[in-house]
Design a protein around this ligand. Structure first.
Ligand SMILES: C[S@@+](CC[C@H](N)C(=O)[O-])C[C@H]1O[C@@H](n2cnc3c(N)ncnc32)[C@H](O)[C@@H]1O
Length: 300
């Protein structure tokens, strides 16, 4: 980009009223990203060889100002939405419609995914979290345990579309990390949700988020999944929290639960191909050999 083009872009971002409308989250994200990675970076590049740096420094200042004005709109929006969550008992689809006002939640192309991909919906959902600083891991994981990685928010939205929940269902996220899946499933369906998490700092963080959003039906238990009590669970989710013998042990605990009542197990990531070998489960929604698609299994 030339200096003239940079100027034009910044001017347009300063003056375009659409960008400052709360509901234009997606557009704002695009512009914030462009300012960060194209405009400011380009100005920094030009500054390296500029005989007169002052006009470029002024331009960078304007770009930073417009970016923080745009970010300010989102900060206010998220505070307002957190208040809405605290004071609303969402019925089916209520939360989905609320989110859809700001972000396009229509599932993407459904094509082959090589990895867990994140997008604007994740930025939006992260923004709704009342706690913004991720805690440090305090316990060493055993070799078969998998480090924290978030399920993409879009996948959680897909999950509630794929599974016919009833209001009596109780959902468990096994290896719940920072609690986003359990919180989102509750907001999207209204059902009670539980998170089982090995790392105490993650569990405390997740519980504090649920408490700050006034969601008493969402609880987190700091326990090794091999020792957890699954008696109230009817729908279980695993974004590959562990492998090998730990996975096998937890699957046999779930199998014992399935003798008492029918259960569903939803998987995401590499654990899906292992779960598919379990003879007490049948596939309700296949992942089509794509580990980054959801698979839904029902017990016989
Ligand atoms: C891939 S992350 C998934 C996080 C969360 N389910 C989500 O999708 O956002 C796996 C999580 O499982 C936890 N974990 C690993 N082994 C565990 C075990 N034996 N019992 C409970 N949690 C475990 C890890 O600490 C980590 O937070």
């Amino acid at each position: 980009m030339t200096i003239f083009e940079l100027q034009l872009y910044i001017e347009e971002a300063e003056k375009n009223p659409v960008l400052y409308q709360e509901r234009e989250f997606d557009l704002r994200m695009e512009v914030i990203d462009f300012i960060d990675f194209q405009v400011i970076e380009r100005i920094n590049e030009l500054l390296l060889n500029a005989p007169q740096p002052d006009p470029l420094l002024l331009l960078r200042n304007r770009a930073e100002k417009v970016k923080s004005r745009l970010e300010g709109i989102d900060v206010n929006l998220f505070q307002q939405l957190q208040r809405t969550i605290r004071t609303t008992l969402f019925t089916m689809n209520g939360f989905k419609h609320l989110v859809n006002k700001y972000v396009d939640i229509n599932p993407d192309d459904n094509g082959h995914r090589e990895e867990a991909g994140y997008d604007n919906l994740d930025i939006f959902i992260n923004g709704l979290s009342p706690l913004q600083t991720m805690p440090e891991q305090t316990r060493d994981l055993e070799p078969e345990m998998v480090y924290y990685q978030k399920t993409p928010a879009r996948i959680v939205f897909e999950l509630v579309e794929k599974v016919p929940f009833t209001k009596e269902d109780v959902f468990f996220d096994i290896g719940a990390g920072l609690g986003q899946v359990a919180i989102l499933v509750h907001l999207l369906t209204g059902i009670a949700t539980r998170g089982i998490e090995f790392e105490p700092a993650f569990c405390d963080y997740a519980a504090a988020c649920a408490a700050a959003l006034h969601l008493p039906a969402v609880t987190f238990i700091n326990v090794d999944a091999r020792e957890a009590d699954y008696a109230e669970g009817t729908v279980f989710f695993m974004f590959t929290p562990f492998k090998g013998e730990i996975l096998q042990e937890v699957l046999s605990i779930l199998q014992k639960e399935s003798v008492k009542r029918k259960i569903r197990l939803i998987t995401y990531g590499p654990c899906t191909s292992h779960v598919a070998l379990e003879s007490w489960l049948y596939v309700a929604t296949p992942a089509d050999n794509n580990m980054y698609k959801l698979a839904v299994f029902n017990s016989y």
